[in-house]
Each structure stands twice: as structure tokens, then as C-alpha cells.
Design a protein around this ligand. Structure first.
Ligand code: CU
Length: 249
């Protein structure tokens, strides 16, 4: 009797463990890591070790089970305009996502991009207003405001759902990764293409959690060129009686 009870107990435990393992496997693995920025001229990086805004993603190889998984084309994301700043500074979304640009400042704003990721201009809109853009092509969209030259942001439009953006401490986490072999890529707005290309590497995911070694990104060779407004001209300072009064900065 006792032996039968013990056997039953063992079977139950085994079933529970198997169910947990199967559930974790079906949910996919969690891949974690940390980026560090080096050779930066940015005050936030040098003084505060701000390693945020690096986009990390996995490109599925032929042996990756998730290579054909559907994206979520109706995703909605927000990039707010407040204190003459786009927040978040780096936003990553999947292809087909719509990004809202609510204006939370007491002044007019605009958002435009003349770069290759996608061309758009949401016009000039007042405090409390919002505009939206749907991003239908993958790429890295550099976003500016046509009346405030200091405002800039990046929208990373990804053709995979296996991506993450690093936090201030440099950590990132990609969840739901099916088992397989991937190519890991990184994007950082102040690194050269050659630097970023050299950081790509194979990653094998055959466990429920994978921790990567630190990724060190050098900003050496990066040149911060002033951008132009949406007409391709230099920004001009607004007149004293402008309808876009500066409140801060
Ligand atoms: Cu603005």
C-alpha cells in the first residue's frame, strides 16, 4: 500500500516536472545580456554610464523553430514629445506597428524623417494633439522635429519579434525565443557600421535561459553631423515673437 502510494507520488511529481519543462519550452527561452559603451563623448555615457538605447535582435537561421512566426502588425506604441524631447529616445517596434506621437508640451511640435527606413512628416501640431504613423518597412528611422533642431530619436522597425532595447544599466532581455541557432545583431546610433557588423555573432539557444557575455560597443569613428530640416535646409532660430515659444532648455 505504502509502496503504491510512493509510486503514485513519484509519477505525479514527474508529470508536474514534465509539464513545467514542456510549458517553458513552448513559451520559448529567455536570452539576457548586457551592453557597454566605450570611447563616448556623450556626457550621459561618460558620467552616468548610461548604456540605454542599444537595439539587439536575433536573426533566425534555417534551424530556428521560430523563423516563420507571425509578427503582430496591429501593435501600437508611443513616442511622446515632452520638454522638447522625444521619449523614449530609441523605440523598437515590429513591422506594421503604428506609433503615436502625443505632444505633451505647451508648444507646437513636428516629427519627420528623411532617412531610408521610411519617409514621413506628421506636420506641425499643437499642444495636446497627437499624430500617428504606421511603419511598414524594416529599418532604422531617424526622427527629428522640424522646428527644434536638438530633438532627435530612433525608431527601429524590426522584421522579427525577437528583439530588445538596452536599459540604462545596459541590460537587455529577449523572451519567447524558440530553440535554434541565430545570428545576433546590435544597433547603436553612435557606432559605425563596421563596428556594429563586427559584433554580429552566432547564438545557440538550447536551454530555457541563455546568458550572453557582455557586448562592448566602441563609439570610435562616429561623427555627429548636424542634420537639416525637412526641406534639406539648415535650422534657423525662431524669431522672438514666434508662435513656438521655448519653455525649457
Ligand atoms: Cu519640436
Amino acid at each position: 500500500m505504502i509502496w503504491a502510494s510512493l509510486t503514485c507520488f513519484r509519477r505525479t511529481c514527474f508529470s508536474l516536472l514534465a509539464a513545467c519543462w514542456l510549458g517553458a519550452s513552448l513559451a520559448g527561452a529567455t536570452l539576457t545580456g548586457r551592453v557597454q559603451l566605450r570611447d563616448s563623448r556623450e556626457q550621459a555615457v561618460r558620467a552616468k554610464s548610461d548604456y540605454s538605447g542599444v537595439v539587439v535582435w536575433l536573426e533566425a537561421g534555417p534551424k530556428a523553430a521560430g523563423s516563420s512566426e507571425a509578427l503582430t502588425p496591429h501593435e501600437h506604441a508611443r513616442m511622446i514629445q515632452k520638454d522638447k524631447t522625444f521619449t523614449p529616445h530609441v523605440l523598437a517596434v515590429t513591422v506594421g506597428a503604428t506609433v503615436d506621437f502625443p505632444n505633451l508640451d505647451p508648444i507646437f511640435h513636428n516629427a519627420f524623417s528623411v532617412y531610408d527606413g521610411q519617409l514621413f512628416d506628421i506636420g506641425l501640431y499643437p499642444p495636446g494633439g497627437s499624430r500617428s504613423i504606421r511603419f511598414t518597412r524594416p529599418g532604422f528611422v531617424r526622427v527629428f522635429c522640424n522646428i527644434h533642431s536638438t530633438m532627435s530619436a530612433i525608431i527601429a522597425v524590426m522584421d522579427t519579434r525577437l528583439f530588445a532595447v538596452s536599459r540604462q544599466d545596459g541590460h537587455f532581455e529577449i523572451t519567447g525565443v524558440p530553440q535554434g541557432v541565430y545570428e545576433l545583431h546590435v544597433f547603436h546610433e553612435r557606432a559605425t557600421e563596421a563596428t556594429l557588423a563586427a559584433l554580429s555573432r552566432h547564438v545557440s539557444v538550447h536551454a530555457d535561459s541563455v546568458e550572453l557575455p557582455d557586448t562592448v560597443i566602441s563609439e570610435t569613428g562616429y561623427l555627429a553631423l548636424p542634420h537639416r530640416n525637412k526641406y534639406g535646409q539648415e535650422y534657423t532660430p525662431p524669431p522672438a515673437d514666434a508662435v513656438y515659444p521655448a519653455t525649457r532648455k
